[in-house]
Ligand binder design. Sequence first.
Ligand SMILES: [Fe+2]
Ligand SMILES: [Fe+2]
Length: 198
Amino acid sequence: MTEWVPDERIAALKVPTPPGWTDVALADLHGTMSDHAHAEKKAALSALSLMSKEPSRTALVGRMAKLAREELRHLDQVLGHLRARGWELRRDLPDRYAARLLSLRRRDGPAALVDRLLCAALIEARSWERLNLLGEALEADLGVFYAELARSEAGHYRLFVELAAQECPGEDVQARLARLADAEADIIASLPHEARIH
Ligand SMILES: [Fe+2]
Ligand SMILES: [Fe+2]
């Protein structure tokens, strides 16, 4: 296990965020928190969309309903922290990180579901790392908020990996996760630092 990963259960990530991201994120905290609010919104939408796509998978449907509710609670909390600072929600910007990762998905059969679940797992894992960096860098209520939220996103990472194994027993989930994590590492290393979660 690499030592920058304080929680071994998130060891899927192959590289840490390159140095300097936290400074950029904190220099425009309003922008970073706005982007974070949209990220929570998209996490809820993605959970609901997966439920629509796989209605007969009862266990998955139930987990996604709970996940969507949790992500919407996170959204509500971030909006509260924005309001407390007198900051409006900025526009949602195109998400190059997620778009590039999701473009690697296979399109048919159980492989498509495995890839969708594992891409979601990796996005949650990267969110965990970045929210944790914010939690360490920020003080007072906002630092505590981000540290707590990071733990919750780590749980979502584990949920998606578990679901991939349960729902697609014929697939080699760990091998595929490792491959997608290699790709995720390339994407994270190639994108410029911005005041965004990813
Ligand atoms: Fe969340
Ligand atoms: Fe999440």
